[in-house]
Write a protein that binds this ligand. Sequence first.
Ligand SMILES: [Zn+2]
Length: 236
Amino acid sequence: MEHELGTLYEAQKIELQIIEKETKRQTAPKKLQEMDEELKQLKERLEKEKTIFEELEKERKKKEKELDVDKDKIKKIESKLYEVKTNKEYQALLKEIEAAKATNDKTEEDILTLMEKIEELKKDYESSQVKLQKRGKDIEVEKARLDTEVQSMDKIIGELKVQRDNLLSVVSNELRSKYDMLKVRRGGIAVTNVKNGVCLGCFMNIPPQLFIEVTKNKRLIQCPSCNRILYFTDSE
Ligand SMILES: [Zn+2]
């Protein structure tokens, strides 16, 4: 029994390594998803920035057209100046021209303001584009690295499982099924060491007489509190 318990304890140590690796391995898909999400958000922001400056660009073109139309209008009024017969009509046309010019000045001012704004937004858009490209490349590298890491973890996990199963193959079926059951019920730890009369699985005291028994590793003893299989070793 001593040999069996020792083997079970070794298998348990490997089991813990498997759990640790598997826990780490499980974070990989989430990391990949987070990176994809980040890229998606960056792309969306870039699209939004583009839409805004394109809208302003449309607005600017519209105003340019307005300006052209209004300039033609002024020219037409100006040509009428030579045809009028009375001073009153002449004065009225001058007033009309003045008003139209004032409107044009305002439109020109608006166009300038729009151009400045567009210039600014274009710069933002271009810098976002550069950022996206850089982050995209970084993420590609990070994904490749993660992929390699996952492959290597899978390989190690596979090897550890073989080691564990080899150890467990010499343990009796009865003990093995107890081990498997406890492993499931006790968070992966079925066999645990004891130290100074304390179970290292649940950290509860073990009755002194029982502890003495445990240190002999002669028979199967389970912790009265957590039910885990107790194995004594002072080499750790
Ligand atoms: Zn315990």
